[in-house]
Design a protein. Structure first.
Length: 285
């Protein structure tokens, strides 16, 4: 299961133990870690990145999403002051000002959008933000887990409170629905055009133009989504190949099995997005 996690601890020392526990789970073959960082909130409410895990071959496909998670948890003032860099760059002196929508800067809104597109909702981030009180620290990470129990047990043993959000393809599904709806609208307008007189066709034409614009936008979003999907797939394959080459026994078998599942997931999602884009193109012509 492709998941974002945030594990909140009482202090830095406990959070570093949590990061070690995450590494142990990785080495045992229980999870795949794509990107991770340890963050802390000081007595004044300032959030900073204490430690960024070595991303190895993962690159920015997942590192940027972890960076967006950290940026949103740090609050709008962090983005306005330029203190949070994308990915796992260090940040300091970040004022945490909560996540009320009315207070969002353009940068924070962009981070919310990136996380939403990755399947991470504001409710999950809000819950983490409330628990991450001054003096506390957290491990945030993009991971893949076959089951949740190993991580829950490990983090409980070192005093962590786990928040997780399984990534879901809400954007993929929304694009498909938008294209299907616009295509149906185009067909209805075509029938209306054929049955209307000349006086009515001018009004219908403006509706057709608007429907075409919506279809074109949806088609472009599908293509952009495909590009992101390709980048994430490549990053996952590299991460899994690295773990497979280093693992032995049951751990190796787990990673090989997960690699096959990731390939199948990619094939299915890619096919749906390509089909949606194709349908949009057919409707536009």
């Amino acid at each position: 299961m492709d998941t974002f996690i945030a594990v909140v601890f009482d202090n830095d020392e406990a959070a570093f133990k949590g990061a070690d526990a995450l590494r142990d789970l990785y080495q045992d073959g229980d999870i795949v870690v794509y990107s991770a960082a340890v963050i802390g909130k000081d007595a004044d409410g300032n959030v900073s990145i204490k430690k960024a895990a070595d991303e190895g071959p993962i690159g920015t496909a997942f590192g940027l999403l972890v960076g967006a998670m950290v940026g949103v948890l740090a609050g709008p003032a962090a983005v306005a002051g330029g203190a949070v860099a994308a990915g796992t760059a260090a940040a300091s002196g970040i004022a945490a000002t909560g996540m009320a929508v009315g207070g969002l800067t353009g940068g924070t809104f962009g981070m919310f959008r990136d996380l939403y597109e990755a399947g991470i909702d504001a409710d999950t981030l809000e819950a983490v933000s409330i628990e991450l009180l001054p003096g506390k620290s957290a491990v945030v990470a993009a991971i893949d887990e076959a089951w949740t129990t190993p991580l829950d047990v490990k983090m409980k043993d070192v005093g962590g409170m786990v928040f997780r959000k399984a990534r879901i393809e809400v954007i993929d599904e929304q694009i498909e629905r938008d294209i299907a709806a616009s295509k149906a609208e185009m067909q209805a307008l075509k029938e209306e055009w054929n049955e209307s007189n000349e006086a009515m066709r001018e009004a219908i034409k403006s509706k057709v133009d608007a429907a075409k614009e919506k279809l074109s936008d949806a088609s472009e979003r599908a293509l952009q989504r495909l590009e992101k999907l390709d980048a994430e797939f490549e990053a996952r394959q590299k991460a899994l190949d690295e773990q497979i080459s280093n693992a032995v026994g049951d751990a190796k078998a787990k990673f090989e099995k997960r690699k096959g599942e990731v390939q199948q997931e990619y094939k299915e999602r890619s096919a749906k997005l390509k089909q949606a884009s194709k349908l949009a193109g057919e409707a536009l012509t």
